[in-house]
Design a binder for this molecule. Structure first.
Ligand code: AVJ
Length: 335
């Protein structure tokens, strides 16, 4: 997904860097997008790699493994909330509505809703990956042969053209997975506003958000005993070596997950175990011993905090569904 550019712009420190690198950082588009982002992110005084680059084939498969780890509660908890409330959620959806999913990925969660929504006009999964959409369409078509599925390839962080066939139908958005947590607050507000514009007046948005909880439990979810999350994080460097011919010594970096109480978020980092210089596409990138590359934010909210966040984007949190342990929340928003 192209919505998680998580460079924290610590304005003063990065202003000089930013100017010097503007030309590099502004380049977008395949096939060099990862290369550009890597050189750009590692040239900053606070080194960072945007978390959207986690998800190559290897990274996506590691993330799949993360979702079934005992420590990683979000996926199974959100699924259990949706399962428990699927009938209720389906009843909120007006007849003839269109279900629009933002970043459809694995559609297990969607299927829980689709199974209960018997009067949908269409299901519109939006994703930047045509392959993911193809998979989703095939799976959904098999299970729900009468449902109109009209995938849209694109980036929903801005205006996007929707299929003409859904014009005039009420719209219900679905954004599970707590992906919103990857964004800095201002970016999250911008994305929510963009979704509101895409869905239009009177729309409903069903959105998952991870909840604040005991810090040890949070950290364990991002630093599991088996080391799958570590492998997922280190895959960024492995991917660079594979795709871009960089020479990161994987044994010289380690995974670190921290919790930032002030911002209410997990931060993931790769820590350089020693002073070293790495050749990144002709740029000599120097690391001090213990220096960190920031790789991900994952914000945790309380219910009121999330309601306040969505309000800044013109949404009202009408209802919050949660699990018995209050680990995860699913908000029902109205525009
Ligand atoms: C896919 C963004 C929801 O932040 O929990 C899992 C990604 N990173 N373990 C999250 C992730 C490390 C995940 N999201």
């Amino acid at each position: 997904m192209n919505l998680d550019d998580d460079y924290t712009l610590e304005a003063a420190a990065d202003a000089r860097d930013a100017e010097a690198e503007a030309s590099l950082c502004d380049i977008h588009g395949e096939p060099s997008e990862f290369a550009t982002a890597l050189v750009c992110g590692l040239s900053k005084s606070n080194k960072a790699i945007p978390c959207r680059f986690f998800y190559d084939a290897e990274g996506s498969s590691l993330f799949e493994q993360i979702t079934s780890l005992p420590e990683y509660y979000p996926t199974r908890t959100e699924t259990s909330i949706l399962r428990a409330h699927a009938t209720h959620l389906a009843r909120l959806v007006p007849p003839g509505a269109v279900l629009i999913e933002f970043g459809s990925g694995s559609s297990t969660k969607t299927e829980l809703l689709l199974a209960e929504m018997d009067d949908l006009h269409a299901y519109v999964p939006i994703d930047i990956s045509p392959a993911a959409l193809d998979d989703a369409r095939t799976r959904i078509a098999q299970r729900f042969p009468h449902l109109r599925v009209t995938p849209v390839v694109g980036d929903f962080s801005g205006p996007i053209a929707l299929p003409a066939a859904i014009a005039g139908h009420p719209r219900v958005g679905f954004f599970p997975g707590s992906t919103i947590g990857n964004l800095a607050e201002s970016d999250a507000v911008a994305l929510l506003a963009s979704m509101r514009a895409i869905l239009g007046k009177g729309a409903i948005l069903i959105i998952g958000a991870d909840l604040k909880k005991d810090v040890r439990r949070l950290i364990a979810a991002y630093d599991d005993a088996e080391g799958v999350t570590a492998a997922f994080n280190l895959n960024l460097l492995r991917r660079a070596n594979r795709e871009l011919g960089t020479d990161f010594d994987l044994s010289a970096f380690s995974h670190l997950a921290t919790y930032d109480v002030r911002h209410g978020r997990i931060d993931m980092h790769l820590v350089s175990g020693r002073a070293q210089t790495v050749n990144v596409l002709g740029h000599r990138i120097r690391f001090a011993e213990g220096e960190r590359i920031h790789t991900e934010h994952s914000h945790k909210y309380d219910m009121a905090g999330f309601a306040a966040l969505v309000q800044r984007a013109g949404w009202q949190s009408r209802e919050v569904l949660t699990d018995p342990e209050n680990l995860f929340s699913v908000h029902i928003l109205t525009a």
